[in-house]
Design a protein around this ligand. Sequence first.
Ligand SMILES: Cc1cc2nc3c(=O)[nH]c(=O)nc-3n(C[C@H](O)[C@H](O)[C@H](O)COP(=O)(O)OP(=O)(O)OC[C@H]3O[C@@H](n4cnc5c(N)ncnc54)[C@H](O)[C@@H]3O)c2cc1C
Length: 238
Amino acid sequence: MIITKIIDETSTTKRFYLKPDKDLPFKAGQYISLSLPIDPRKSRGIRHYSIANSPNADEVELVIVEKEGGKGTAYLWSLEVGDHIELGHGASGVLTINNYKKNFVFICTGTGISPFKSILEYIKEEKIETGDIHLVFGTRREENILYFTEMQELVEAIPQLKYHIILSREPWKGRQGYVHEIYKEIIDNYFQAMENGEYNELPLEFFICGWKDMVDEARKTLFDIGFDKKQVKVEVYE
Ligand SMILES: Cc1cc2nc3c(=O)[nH]c(=O)nc-3n(C[C@H](O)[C@H](O)[C@H](O)COP(=O)(O)OP(=O)(O)OC[C@H]3O[C@@H](n4cnc5c(N)ncnc54)[C@H](O)[C@@H]3O)c2cc1C
């Protein structure tokens, strides 16, 4: 794949746009694997990245945060437009929607927003009717918010989409804290509305994506509340 564009998204995060050498089919919400020349043992150079744009696009967009001391990201940070990256293997991953006629809660931190941007762009482009969608995005500081402009555009285009941002490390005009308090409120409101008979009775489905600590806590919280495995889809970045 050829790098066609690199954008500095934040001081530690870059977007990479890649033109595949051959057809690269994927479903909105999936990830690809890159094979990076960072270790003599090829298998140790494999790194996974969620695809951040719609399957309708002819390029693949990745949003990657630099890891301190990380071999893969150090290599990716050395690359320039026109350089080639080898595809490890094609698309895989479980954060895909089989039935859009549900209510969805997407929970993510940092670059974990990537598969949800892909899904939302696809819903917008294909004008897919869905139940309610809540995107709950957590990060540390305002400067770390990813895809703010793109998400505003998606909110405009998808009336059933609610976009919640919560920052853990600084006060700002919005909410401060952790993603867990937001989705717990969404669940409370949902149950309350069901009791009042106000709600369209679509089943609730949760998609969680990001680094391990957040994902583990969210998954446990949802299971403790009583949701079952079929209602909770998870992709852990590690
Ligand atoms: C499904 C999935 C999707 C992801 N999507 C994204 C994304 O969209 N954006 C993003 O920023 N990050 C994403 N990640 C994380 C990403 O794959 C890398 O872990 C991250 O970029 C750090 O890589 P690094 O090489 O810089 O760090 P390193 O610390 O060098 O490596 C990180 C991971 O690579 C593996 N690894 C490292 N060295 C070896 C070795 N010698 N042998 C075998 N395995 C090794 C280990 O699993 C390690 O935890 C995703 C991860 C997964 C699993």
